[in-house]
Design a protein around this ligand. Sequence first.
Ligand code: NAG
Ligand code: NAG
Ligand code: NAG
Ligand code: MN
Length: 314
Amino acid sequence: LDFSSSPFSRGQPRVGVDRGPDVIRAAGLVHRLHEQGCAVKDYGNLTFEEVVVDEPVGAVKCVRAVGSANQRLSEAVQNVKRDGHTSVLLGGDHSLAIGSIHGHSAAVGDLSVVWVDAHADINTPLTSPTGNIHGQPMSYLLHELQSKIPVLPNFTWIKPCVSAKDLVYIGLRDVDPEEHYILKLLGVKVFSMSAVDQLGVARVMEETCDYLSARVKKPIHLSFDIDAIDPSITPATGTPVVGGLTYREGVYITEHLCQTGLLSAVDMVEVNPLRGQTEQEVQSTVHTAVDLLLGCFGRRREGNHSSDYILPEP
Ligand SMILES: *[C@@H]1O[C@H](CO)[C@@H](O)[C@H](O)[C@H]1NC(C)=O
Ligand SMILES: *[C@@H]1O[C@H](CO)[C@@H](O)[C@H](O)[C@H]1NC(C)=O
Ligand SMILES: *[C@@H]1O[C@H](CO)[C@@H](O)[C@H](O)[C@H]1NC(C)=O
Ligand SMILES: [Mn+2]
């Protein structure tokens, strides 16, 4: 697998989320992936051109910076996929899902998207209560919302590439009324925290994969916002919401998706070391992000040994 990181923060107003990739690297992600048998290439930071004048367009903030950064990211992800690798994006804020999913789809065609998040991130530019694009990425990507998206500078390259029936949300617990309307209108499959409580995570994952592969098995794009996990475990993030997934539920989601053999790209976003109150809060958040990524690439909690191991004899 190959990963690139996007120290990008303009999709939301809080400083620090651009430091996410480096703290995840510093926690030894590459080394630990190597240890579990993955060939990894770190593409380093993507650098984005400085957009000097970026006045809001309607209520939407930093439109040009977000648009052009995602265009670069889309090209980078396309290159990783065309080289035949699994793509891992370390963010950065969740606006990066626009380029990540767009690039993935441009290279491989139709996708299934599993979006694990406290939030639905499906506001259109016209429904967004904040104007922050990290709360809007899915709206740009869905075919069904195309007619609701105004023309925005540096967004004209984006072609909608995901169908509502190929999208599943897990972990939602902070959904705006307009977003709730959109989810119902499009009939999007949603496992809110209530559904996780009711069904248990194993049943949620079984139903997610049955639903997504009912017609044809497509490559899976996992877009994981660290705020899906409960803030008692992952507090170092910009928009924490109480009542989230446990560490174990999060890891189970990644293990289950790994076992499908269809995982083709992963985003790990919204880790913000400056939002932790203590070093311990930052470390807990970062180590959880690393463990989720290890789960995506074959780590088994039951343990592992080499096939030619021989017990020593006295
Ligand atoms: C399992 O252990 C073997 C031998 O140590 C190692 O090569 C392999 O990468 C491990 N697999 C995982 C998923 O950790
Ligand atoms: C990424 O950029 C940061 C500065 O934003 C720098 O400190 C870090 O060394 C870079 N990491 C890599 C792997 O290039
Ligand atoms: C963004 O759009 C402006 C025109 O609105 C254009 O001049 C500029 O080159 C674009 N930037 C990028 C990086 O595409
Ligand atoms: Mn999100």
